[in-house]
Write a protein that binds this ligand. Sequence first.
Ligand SMILES: Nc1ncnc2c1ncn2[C@@H]1O[C@H](COP(=O)(O)OP(=O)(O)OP(=O)(O)O)[C@@H](O)[C@H]1O
Ligand code: NI
Length: 344
Amino acid sequence: MAERRRLDCRDPIILVRGLRVNFYTYAGVVKAIDGVSFCIERGETYCLVGETGCGKSVTSRALTRLIKPPGRIEGGEIIYYPEPGKPVNIMELGEEELQRIRGREIAYVFQDPGAALDPLYTVGYQVSETMLVHGIIRRIKDGFQRAVELLRKTLITDPEKRVRSYPHELSGGMKQRSVISISLSTKPKLLVADEPTTALDTTVQAEIMDLLRRLKKEEGLTLLLITHNMGLVAEMCDRVAVMYAGQIVEEAPVDEIFKNPLHPYTRALLRAIPDPSRSVEKLESIPGTVPNLVNPPPGCRFHPRCPEAMPVCTRRPPVLRMGDRHYVACWLYAGKGRSGGGGA
Ligand SMILES: Nc1ncnc2c1ncn2[C@@H]1O[C@H](COP(=O)(O)OP(=O)(O)OP(=O)(O)O)[C@@H](O)[C@H]1O
Ligand code: NI
């Protein structure tokens, strides 16, 4: 079914419509992302949540076509708006243009800061190198002063000294702060943080999240946050999209998701974590596992695990329902709201 969901951002920084990503593996074609649509409002924090393997990272990487073989973007629209009303069609850009946008305009912070840093170079060098690559400075040594300022901004103590540190001399939290400094060095407009604190101790996690929140304000960033942690969702996000098996099953403003979750999967997610600091990586409370995406279940992909499944759920993908900024793809609500006219 064609995706025709209304995307109602007033001033979108990015808009995704009908995104499909496959991975061509020996075990078959993995339909990792199957018809995902959303927009992110300029200046907001938008969250993607869901169990492991549901497609959060692939979705976020697809925003700049950062999908490597055997993965391929098979369809959909990705429109980036560096400024209001100035659409850039990501799907049509050449590699050079994409390289410019990656990092310079849309920057990523991943889970493992160790992997993001080069062990052979100092932190200051790596900040400078990023600025050099993006044409912000002409010589590496011109970047060190700015690197010191950026390290200070990310609350690294003694930045004058740390700028000359190698990654192995830094703690996990300091490494992630350094990665954030590198990301900010190009003054990106959209920061994609993919489980940025998962690899860190709890206290450090909280510090990094505070930092992101503050930087977002100071730098006028838009944030796409990917997390397993519903506590972080509650603290950080403006709107949330809940993903299941490569699709968005529900999207709503954060208060609404917690007060009035509609999809049985979202409800299960919230029930599974009375303690919001717990991760939702695996949901023991919902029997079954995330389906195999080579042969996803017909109809609603959640139906084999859904306590409220009806006969129709096994046959037809649910129609997306629209309320006031609250969307759900579930047959339980088939009679309610207006039809979005497409599968979620
Ligand atoms: N290199 C790959 N080869 C084959 N399949 C892949 C590959 N990368 C991702 N996938 C498929 O894409 C799906 C979505 O993966 P993705 O990394 O986006 O999940 P996620 O929601 O980010 O999970 P996590 O919470 O564990 O990070 C996976 O279930 C997997 O089937
Ligand atoms: Ni991921």
